[in-house]
Design a protein around this ligand. Structure first.
Ligand SMILES: Cc1cc2nc3c(=O)[nH]c(=O)nc-3n(C[C@H](O)[C@H](O)[C@H](O)COP(=O)(O)O)c2cc1C
Length: 448
Protein backbone atom coordinates (compact mmCIF):
# COMPACT_ATOMS: atom_id res chain seq x y z
CA UNK A 1 0.00 0.00 0.00
CA UNK A 2 1.40 3.41 -0.97
CA UNK A 3 1.18 5.95 1.83
CA UNK A 4 1.59 9.47 0.39
CA UNK A 5 3.41 10.65 3.50
CA UNK A 6 4.36 9.91 7.08
CA UNK A 7 1.20 11.41 8.57
CA UNK A 8 -1.09 9.21 6.46
CA UNK A 9 0.90 6.14 7.60
CA UNK A 10 0.52 7.21 11.24
CA UNK A 11 -3.19 7.90 10.75
CA UNK A 12 -3.66 4.38 9.38
CA UNK A 13 -1.97 2.70 12.38
CA UNK A 14 -5.01 3.06 14.68
CA UNK A 15 -4.35 1.13 17.91
CA UNK A 16 -0.81 0.44 16.75
CA UNK A 17 0.08 4.08 17.51
CA UNK A 18 0.59 5.19 21.11
CA UNK A 19 -0.40 8.85 21.64
CA UNK A 20 1.85 10.19 24.41
CA UNK A 21 0.10 13.23 25.89
CA UNK A 22 2.29 13.71 28.98
CA UNK A 23 5.15 16.18 28.59
CA UNK A 24 8.46 14.65 27.49
CA UNK A 25 11.78 16.43 27.02
CA UNK A 26 13.66 16.05 23.70
CA UNK A 27 16.79 15.81 25.83
CA UNK A 28 17.08 12.14 26.91
CA UNK A 29 13.43 11.54 27.87
CA UNK A 30 12.01 10.70 24.43
CA UNK A 31 15.04 8.54 23.59
CA UNK A 32 14.60 6.72 26.91
CA UNK A 33 11.03 5.79 25.95
CA UNK A 34 12.09 4.69 22.46
CA UNK A 35 14.89 2.57 23.94
CA UNK A 36 12.59 1.01 26.56
CA UNK A 37 9.71 -0.02 24.31
CA UNK A 38 9.46 -3.82 24.11
CA UNK A 39 9.72 -5.68 20.81
CA UNK A 40 6.55 -5.28 18.76
CA UNK A 41 5.32 -2.31 20.83
CA UNK A 42 3.18 0.27 19.01
CA UNK A 43 4.75 3.27 17.27
CA UNK A 44 4.77 6.36 19.49
CA UNK A 45 3.67 9.95 18.84
CA UNK A 46 4.83 12.47 21.46
CA UNK A 47 2.28 15.29 21.37
CA UNK A 48 3.61 17.42 24.24
CA UNK A 49 7.31 18.08 23.68
CA UNK A 50 8.93 20.27 26.32
CA UNK A 51 9.98 23.63 24.87
CA UNK A 52 8.22 23.05 21.53
CA UNK A 53 4.55 23.94 21.82
CA UNK A 54 2.58 22.42 18.92
CA UNK A 55 5.45 20.22 17.70
CA UNK A 56 5.15 16.42 17.61
CA UNK A 57 7.83 13.74 17.60
CA UNK A 58 7.19 10.26 16.16
CA UNK A 59 9.27 7.19 17.00
CA UNK A 60 9.46 3.41 16.97
CA UNK A 61 7.99 3.57 13.47
CA UNK A 62 9.69 0.34 12.42
CA UNK A 63 9.98 -1.47 15.75
CA UNK A 64 9.01 -5.01 14.77
CA UNK A 65 8.61 -6.59 11.34
CA UNK A 66 4.84 -6.72 11.80
CA UNK A 67 4.41 -2.96 11.31
CA UNK A 68 6.78 -2.85 8.34
CA UNK A 69 4.87 -5.73 6.75
CA UNK A 70 1.73 -3.67 7.24
CA UNK A 71 3.39 -0.66 5.60
CA UNK A 72 3.99 -2.82 2.52
CA UNK A 73 0.53 -4.39 2.57
CA UNK A 74 1.88 -7.87 3.26
CA UNK A 75 2.52 -10.38 6.07
CA UNK A 76 5.69 -10.96 8.10
CA UNK A 77 6.19 -14.30 6.34
CA UNK A 78 5.97 -12.70 2.88
CA UNK A 79 7.84 -9.51 3.78
CA UNK A 80 11.25 -10.44 2.31
CA UNK A 81 9.78 -11.71 -0.96
CA UNK A 82 7.40 -8.74 -1.27
CA UNK A 83 10.33 -6.39 -0.73
CA UNK A 84 12.47 -8.15 -3.35
CA UNK A 85 9.62 -8.31 -5.89
CA UNK A 86 8.63 -4.65 -5.43
CA UNK A 87 12.22 -3.49 -5.61
CA UNK A 88 12.55 -5.03 -9.07
CA UNK A 89 9.99 -2.64 -10.55
CA UNK A 90 11.82 0.70 -10.48
CA UNK A 91 9.30 3.56 -10.76
CA UNK A 92 11.04 6.90 -11.44
CA UNK A 93 9.99 9.97 -9.44
CA UNK A 94 7.67 12.64 -10.90
CA UNK A 95 7.40 16.41 -10.49
CA UNK A 96 5.12 17.31 -7.58
CA UNK A 97 1.88 19.18 -8.24
CA UNK A 98 1.84 20.62 -4.73
CA UNK A 99 4.70 21.07 -2.21
CA UNK A 100 3.41 20.70 1.37
CA UNK A 101 6.97 20.62 2.76
CA UNK A 102 7.39 24.26 1.71
CA UNK A 103 4.27 25.48 3.54
CA UNK A 104 6.51 27.22 6.11
CA UNK A 105 9.88 28.61 4.99
CA UNK A 106 12.73 29.82 7.22
CA UNK A 107 15.41 31.39 5.04
CA UNK A 108 18.94 31.63 6.44
CA UNK A 109 17.96 30.54 9.96
CA UNK A 110 20.45 31.63 12.62
CA UNK A 111 19.76 28.58 14.79
CA UNK A 112 18.27 25.15 14.10
CA UNK A 113 17.47 24.00 17.61
CA UNK A 114 14.78 26.61 18.33
CA UNK A 115 12.99 25.48 15.14
CA UNK A 116 13.13 21.68 15.50
CA UNK A 117 12.87 19.36 18.54
CA UNK A 118 16.08 17.50 17.70
CA UNK A 119 16.66 14.72 20.23
CA UNK A 120 19.60 14.21 22.55
CA UNK A 121 19.82 10.44 22.96
CA UNK A 122 22.60 9.38 25.32
CA UNK A 123 24.25 10.80 28.42
CA UNK A 124 27.66 11.49 26.87
CA UNK A 125 26.40 12.70 23.48
CA UNK A 126 28.17 15.94 22.58
CA UNK A 127 24.96 17.61 21.38
CA UNK A 128 21.53 16.81 19.94
CA UNK A 129 21.88 14.63 16.82
CA UNK A 130 19.62 14.18 13.78
CA UNK A 131 19.34 10.39 13.33
CA UNK A 132 16.79 9.97 10.52
CA UNK A 133 17.97 12.69 8.16
CA UNK A 134 17.90 11.38 4.59
CA UNK A 135 20.64 13.36 2.88
CA UNK A 136 20.00 14.02 -0.81
CA UNK A 137 22.50 15.36 -3.34
CA UNK A 138 23.88 14.85 -6.83
CA UNK A 139 27.38 13.90 -7.91
CA UNK A 140 29.09 17.01 -9.33
CA UNK A 141 30.92 14.74 -11.81
CA UNK A 142 28.22 12.38 -13.13
CA UNK A 143 25.00 14.11 -12.07
CA UNK A 144 23.89 10.87 -10.40
CA UNK A 145 21.53 11.26 -7.43
CA UNK A 146 22.57 9.85 -4.06
CA UNK A 147 20.68 9.48 -0.81
CA UNK A 148 21.31 7.90 2.56
CA UNK A 149 20.82 8.37 6.28
CA UNK A 150 23.79 10.20 7.79
CA UNK A 151 23.97 11.25 11.41
CA UNK A 152 24.26 15.00 11.99
CA UNK A 153 25.43 16.87 15.06
CA UNK A 154 23.96 20.24 15.99
CA UNK A 155 27.03 22.44 16.25
CA UNK A 156 25.38 25.75 17.09
CA UNK A 157 24.29 28.52 14.76
CA UNK A 158 23.46 27.19 11.31
CA UNK A 159 26.12 24.46 11.27
CA UNK A 160 25.82 20.68 11.35
CA UNK A 161 28.59 18.08 11.60
CA UNK A 162 27.90 15.19 9.20
CA UNK A 163 29.37 11.66 9.26
CA UNK A 164 30.15 10.69 5.67
CA UNK A 165 31.51 7.18 6.22
CA UNK A 166 29.86 5.64 3.16
CA UNK A 167 29.60 6.10 -0.56
CA UNK A 168 27.96 7.40 -2.60
CA UNK A 169 27.75 10.61 -0.56
CA UNK A 170 31.35 10.44 0.70
CA UNK A 171 32.46 10.09 -2.95
CA UNK A 172 30.24 12.96 -4.17
CA UNK A 173 31.71 15.16 -1.44
CA UNK A 174 35.26 14.15 -2.42
CA UNK A 175 34.41 14.95 -6.06
CA UNK A 176 33.11 18.41 -5.10
CA UNK A 177 36.15 19.06 -2.88
CA UNK A 178 38.50 18.11 -5.72
CA UNK A 179 36.96 21.02 -7.66
CA UNK A 180 37.17 23.29 -4.60
CA UNK A 181 33.36 23.45 -4.47
CA UNK A 182 30.74 23.05 -1.76
CA UNK A 183 28.27 20.16 -2.21
CA UNK A 184 24.60 21.19 -2.22
CA UNK A 185 22.52 18.92 0.03
CA UNK A 186 18.95 18.67 1.25
CA UNK A 187 18.12 16.71 4.38
CA UNK A 188 14.61 15.24 4.30
CA UNK A 189 13.00 14.39 7.65
CA UNK A 190 9.72 12.59 8.22
CA UNK A 191 9.30 10.41 5.11
CA UNK A 192 6.77 7.64 4.55
CA UNK A 193 8.24 4.17 5.22
CA UNK A 194 9.13 3.10 1.66
CA UNK A 195 11.23 6.18 0.82
CA UNK A 196 13.03 6.06 4.16
CA UNK A 197 13.82 2.37 3.70
CA UNK A 198 14.90 2.85 0.08
CA UNK A 199 17.36 5.52 1.24
CA UNK A 200 19.43 2.93 3.12
CA UNK A 201 19.30 0.14 0.56
CA UNK A 202 22.86 -0.93 -0.25
CA UNK A 203 23.27 0.25 -3.82
CA UNK A 204 26.97 0.11 -4.71
CA UNK A 205 28.78 2.37 -7.18
CA UNK A 206 26.56 1.46 -10.15
CA UNK A 207 23.38 1.03 -8.18
CA UNK A 208 19.93 2.23 -9.20
CA UNK A 209 18.42 5.63 -8.39
CA UNK A 210 17.08 5.05 -4.86
CA UNK A 211 14.12 7.36 -5.60
CA UNK A 212 13.09 4.90 -8.32
CA UNK A 213 13.60 2.04 -5.84
CA UNK A 214 11.33 3.93 -3.41
CA UNK A 215 8.73 4.27 -6.17
CA UNK A 216 8.93 0.53 -6.83
CA UNK A 217 8.58 -0.30 -3.14
CA UNK A 218 5.54 2.00 -2.88
CA UNK A 219 4.02 1.02 -6.23
CA UNK A 220 3.64 4.74 -6.86
CA UNK A 221 6.20 7.39 -7.91
CA UNK A 222 7.76 9.66 -5.30
CA UNK A 223 6.80 13.30 -5.91
CA UNK A 224 9.81 15.62 -6.01
CA UNK A 225 10.14 19.41 -5.98
CA UNK A 226 13.09 21.77 -6.29
CA UNK A 227 14.65 22.92 -3.06
CA UNK A 228 14.55 26.69 -2.54
CA UNK A 229 18.20 27.56 -1.91
CA UNK A 230 20.22 24.61 -3.27
CA UNK A 231 20.28 22.63 -6.49
CA UNK A 232 18.66 19.43 -5.18
CA UNK A 233 15.25 17.80 -5.62
CA UNK A 234 13.36 17.00 -2.41
CA UNK A 235 10.36 14.78 -1.56
CA UNK A 236 7.45 17.22 -1.67
CA UNK A 237 5.52 15.47 1.10
CA UNK A 238 8.36 15.16 3.65
CA UNK A 239 7.57 16.74 7.01
CA UNK A 240 10.75 18.86 7.10
CA UNK A 241 13.61 19.70 4.72
CA UNK A 242 16.89 21.29 5.81
CA UNK A 243 18.81 22.80 2.89
CA UNK A 244 22.51 23.55 2.95
CA UNK A 245 26.02 23.03 1.60
CA UNK A 246 28.79 20.73 2.76
CA UNK A 247 31.77 23.06 2.92
CA UNK A 248 34.92 22.11 0.98
CA UNK A 249 38.11 21.55 2.94
CA UNK A 250 36.46 21.88 6.37
CA UNK A 251 36.75 19.15 9.04
CA UNK A 252 35.77 19.56 12.67
CA UNK A 253 35.42 17.30 15.71
CA UNK A 254 32.00 15.58 15.65
CA UNK A 255 30.64 13.49 18.52
CA UNK A 256 30.71 11.80 20.88
CA UNK A 257 27.52 10.09 19.76
CA UNK A 258 26.02 6.87 21.10
CA UNK A 259 26.04 4.89 17.84
CA UNK A 260 24.07 1.96 16.43
CA UNK A 261 26.84 -0.27 17.82
CA UNK A 262 25.84 0.61 21.40
CA UNK A 263 29.10 2.55 21.98
CA UNK A 264 30.06 6.20 21.81
CA UNK A 265 31.92 7.16 18.66
CA UNK A 266 33.65 10.45 17.76
CA UNK A 267 35.07 11.55 14.44
CA UNK A 268 36.56 14.49 12.60
CA UNK A 269 33.88 15.20 10.02
CA UNK A 270 32.72 17.61 7.31
CA UNK A 271 30.38 20.49 8.13
CA UNK A 272 27.02 21.50 6.57
CA UNK A 273 26.16 25.19 6.50
CA UNK A 274 22.36 25.45 6.56
CA UNK A 275 20.76 27.87 4.10
CA UNK A 276 17.07 27.22 4.74
CA UNK A 277 14.58 25.10 6.69
CA UNK A 278 11.14 24.38 5.26
CA UNK A 279 8.37 22.34 6.84
CA UNK A 280 4.71 21.46 6.74
CA UNK A 281 2.16 23.11 8.97
CA UNK A 282 2.07 21.13 12.25
CA UNK A 283 5.15 19.15 11.24
CA UNK A 284 6.08 15.82 12.82
CA UNK A 285 9.78 15.40 13.71
CA UNK A 286 10.94 11.76 13.25
CA UNK A 287 12.95 10.28 16.12
CA UNK A 288 15.13 7.18 15.91
CA UNK A 289 17.02 5.96 18.95
CA UNK A 290 20.37 4.41 17.94
CA UNK A 291 20.93 0.76 18.92
CA UNK A 292 17.18 0.12 19.14
CA UNK A 293 14.73 -2.31 17.56
CA UNK A 294 13.83 0.43 15.09
CA UNK A 295 17.38 0.38 13.71
CA UNK A 296 17.39 -3.44 13.65
CA UNK A 297 14.30 -3.50 11.41
CA UNK A 298 15.64 -0.80 9.08
CA UNK A 299 18.91 -2.66 8.62
CA UNK A 300 17.34 -6.07 8.40
CA UNK A 301 15.18 -5.03 5.47
CA UNK A 302 17.38 -2.58 3.60
CA UNK A 303 20.64 -4.52 4.01
CA UNK A 304 19.59 -8.03 5.09
CA UNK A 305 16.87 -8.65 2.53
CA UNK A 306 19.11 -7.21 -0.18
CA UNK A 307 21.87 -9.65 0.72
CA UNK A 308 19.38 -12.53 0.86
CA UNK A 309 18.22 -11.71 -2.68
CA UNK A 310 21.81 -11.62 -3.96
CA UNK A 311 22.79 -14.89 -2.28
CA UNK A 312 19.72 -16.71 -3.55
CA UNK A 313 20.86 -16.03 -7.11
CA UNK A 314 24.31 -17.49 -6.36
CA UNK A 315 23.83 -20.52 -4.11
CA UNK A 316 21.01 -23.08 -4.30
CA UNK A 317 19.16 -23.79 -1.04
CA UNK A 318 19.37 -20.35 0.67
CA UNK A 319 16.05 -20.00 2.51
CA UNK A 320 16.29 -16.94 4.77
CA UNK A 321 18.71 -14.42 6.28
CA UNK A 322 18.47 -12.30 9.41
CA UNK A 323 20.81 -9.51 10.47
CA UNK A 324 21.10 -10.12 14.19
CA UNK A 325 19.40 -7.40 16.25
CA UNK A 326 21.69 -5.07 18.20
CA UNK A 327 24.74 -5.75 16.02
CA UNK A 328 24.45 -2.73 13.68
CA UNK A 329 24.36 -5.18 10.79
CA UNK A 330 27.74 -6.73 11.68
CA UNK A 331 26.32 -10.24 12.33
CA UNK A 332 23.91 -12.41 10.38
CA UNK A 333 22.29 -15.84 10.54
CA UNK A 334 21.42 -17.66 7.33
CA UNK A 335 19.09 -20.66 6.96
CA UNK A 336 19.71 -23.22 4.20
CA UNK A 337 17.96 -26.38 2.99
CA UNK A 338 19.78 -29.38 1.45
CA UNK A 339 22.97 -27.39 1.03
CA UNK A 340 26.18 -29.51 1.06
CA UNK A 341 28.91 -28.41 3.47
CA UNK A 342 31.27 -27.23 0.71
CA UNK A 343 28.47 -25.09 -0.72
CA UNK A 344 27.78 -23.64 2.73
CA UNK A 345 31.45 -22.63 2.97
CA UNK A 346 31.16 -20.88 -0.41
CA UNK A 347 27.98 -19.19 0.81
CA UNK A 348 29.79 -17.96 3.93
CA UNK A 349 32.58 -16.41 1.88
CA UNK A 350 30.15 -14.79 -0.54
CA UNK A 351 28.04 -13.29 2.25
CA UNK A 352 31.05 -11.88 4.09
CA UNK A 353 32.48 -10.38 0.91
CA UNK A 354 29.27 -8.99 -0.60
CA UNK A 355 28.38 -6.95 2.48
CA UNK A 356 31.40 -4.98 3.61
CA UNK A 357 29.89 -4.34 7.05
CA UNK A 358 29.14 -8.00 7.80
CA UNK A 359 31.76 -9.38 10.20
CA UNK A 360 30.35 -12.73 11.36
CA UNK A 361 27.84 -15.06 9.74
CA UNK A 362 26.36 -18.28 11.09
CA UNK A 363 24.73 -20.75 8.69
CA UNK A 364 22.13 -23.18 10.05
CA UNK A 365 19.59 -25.61 8.58
CA UNK A 366 16.09 -24.26 8.05
CA UNK A 367 14.65 -26.27 10.95
CA UNK A 368 16.33 -23.59 13.12
CA UNK A 369 14.49 -20.30 13.71
CA UNK A 370 17.16 -17.74 12.76
CA UNK A 371 15.22 -14.96 14.54
CA UNK A 372 15.46 -16.81 17.87
CA UNK A 373 18.96 -16.39 19.42
CA UNK A 374 18.36 -19.51 21.59
CA UNK A 375 17.85 -21.70 18.53
CA UNK A 376 20.91 -20.28 16.70
CA UNK A 377 23.03 -20.79 19.82
CA UNK A 378 21.69 -24.37 20.05
CA UNK A 379 22.71 -25.08 16.45
CA UNK A 380 26.16 -23.64 17.15
CA UNK A 381 26.48 -25.73 20.29
CA UNK A 382 25.42 -29.00 18.67
CA UNK A 383 26.20 -28.87 14.92
CA UNK A 384 29.36 -26.79 14.70
CA UNK A 385 32.93 -28.05 15.24
CA UNK A 386 35.32 -25.09 15.56
CA UNK A 387 38.30 -26.66 13.77
CA UNK A 388 36.22 -28.04 10.92
CA UNK A 389 33.53 -25.41 10.51
CA UNK A 390 35.16 -21.97 10.85
CA UNK A 391 35.96 -19.75 7.87
CA UNK A 392 38.26 -16.79 8.59
CA UNK A 393 38.87 -13.91 6.20
CA UNK A 394 41.77 -11.67 7.20
CA UNK A 395 42.82 -8.27 5.88
CA UNK A 396 39.23 -7.14 5.30
CA UNK A 397 38.17 -3.51 5.47
CA UNK A 398 37.23 -2.50 9.03
CA UNK A 399 34.06 -0.43 9.48
CA UNK A 400 34.66 2.95 11.05
CA UNK A 401 32.04 2.70 13.84
CA UNK A 402 33.14 -0.82 14.88
CA UNK A 403 35.06 -0.33 18.15
CA UNK A 404 36.95 -3.62 17.73
CA UNK A 405 38.74 -2.30 14.64
CA UNK A 406 39.23 1.23 16.02
CA UNK A 407 42.48 2.88 15.07
CA UNK A 408 42.98 0.57 12.08
CA UNK A 409 41.23 0.43 8.75
CA UNK A 410 41.89 -3.32 8.59
CA UNK A 411 39.49 -5.82 10.12
CA UNK A 412 38.75 -9.51 9.81
CA UNK A 413 35.66 -11.65 9.33
CA UNK A 414 34.50 -15.11 10.38
CA UNK A 415 31.87 -17.57 9.25
CA UNK A 416 30.47 -20.50 11.24
CA UNK A 417 29.00 -23.52 9.50
CA UNK A 418 26.44 -24.90 11.96
CA UNK A 419 24.52 -27.24 9.68
CA UNK A 420 23.85 -30.84 10.75
CA UNK A 421 24.91 -34.08 9.18
CA UNK A 422 22.46 -36.78 8.07
CA UNK A 423 23.09 -39.35 10.86
CA UNK A 424 20.71 -40.51 13.64
CA UNK A 425 22.63 -38.38 16.14
CA UNK A 426 20.87 -35.36 14.59
CA UNK A 427 17.35 -36.71 15.23
CA UNK A 428 15.77 -33.57 16.70
CA UNK A 429 13.33 -34.07 19.61
CA UNK A 430 9.63 -33.73 18.79
CA UNK A 431 6.24 -33.77 20.52
CA UNK A 432 2.95 -35.01 19.07
CA UNK A 433 1.12 -32.26 17.15
CA UNK A 434 -2.12 -32.80 19.10
CA UNK A 435 -0.35 -32.32 22.44
CA UNK A 436 1.30 -29.15 21.18
CA UNK A 437 -2.03 -27.79 19.93
CA UNK A 438 -3.58 -28.42 23.35
CA UNK A 439 -0.68 -26.62 25.01
CA UNK A 440 -1.09 -23.64 22.65
CA UNK A 441 -4.79 -23.44 23.49
CA UNK A 442 -3.94 -23.33 27.20
CA UNK A 443 -1.36 -20.58 26.66
CA UNK A 444 -3.87 -18.54 24.65
CA UNK A 445 -6.31 -18.58 27.59
CA UNK A 446 -3.52 -17.53 29.98
CA UNK A 447 -2.63 -14.56 27.72
CA UNK A 448 -6.24 -13.27 27.55
C1 LIG B 1 20.07 4.06 10.97
C2 LIG B 1 21.20 4.28 10.00
C3 LIG B 1 22.14 5.28 10.25
C4 LIG B 1 23.19 5.50 9.37
N1 LIG B 1 24.09 6.48 9.64
C5 LIG B 1 25.11 6.72 8.78
C6 LIG B 1 26.05 7.77 9.02
O1 LIG B 1 25.96 8.49 10.02
N2 LIG B 1 27.06 7.95 8.14
C7 LIG B 1 27.20 7.18 7.02
O2 LIG B 1 28.12 7.40 6.24
N3 LIG B 1 26.33 6.18 6.76
C8 LIG B 1 25.29 5.94 7.61
N4 LIG B 1 24.39 4.95 7.35
C9 LIG B 1 24.54 4.14 6.15
C10 LIG B 1 24.14 4.87 4.91
O3 LIG B 1 22.88 5.47 5.00
C11 LIG B 1 24.23 3.77 3.88
O4 LIG B 1 25.57 3.44 3.69
C12 LIG B 1 23.83 4.04 2.56
O5 LIG B 1 22.56 4.56 2.52
C13 LIG B 1 23.86 2.71 1.82
O6 LIG B 1 23.77 3.00 0.55
P1 LIG B 1 24.93 2.75 -0.47
O7 LIG B 1 25.06 1.28 -0.70
O8 LIG B 1 24.42 3.51 -1.65
O9 LIG B 1 26.17 3.26 0.18
C14 LIG B 1 23.31 4.70 8.20
C15 LIG B 1 22.37 3.69 7.95
C16 LIG B 1 21.33 3.49 8.83
C17 LIG B 1 20.32 2.41 8.52
Amino acid sequence: MAYPDLRSFLADLGDDLLHVRDEFDPKFEIAAVLRSLPADAPAALFENVRGYPGARVAGNLFGGRRRVARAFGTTEERLAQTWLDNKQRAIPPVAAKSIPVQEVVHRAPDELLPLLPILTHHEKDGAPFITTGVVLCTDPVTGRRGMGIHRMMIKGGNRLGILLANPPLSQFHANAEAKGEALDVAIALGLEPATLLASVVRSGPLGPDKMAVAGGLRGDPVELARALTVNVEVPARAEIVIEGRILPGVREPEGPFGENTGYYFSNVSPVVEVTSVTHRDNFIYPGLCPWSGDVDTLLSLAAGTELLGQLQTMVAGVVDLDLTGGTAGFSAAIAVRNCPRHEVRRLVMLALNLDKRLKTVTVVDDDVNIRDPREVAWAMATRYLPERDTVIIGGAEGYVIDPSSAGSSVGSKAGFVATRGAGPEFDRVTLPAAALAKAQALLATLRN
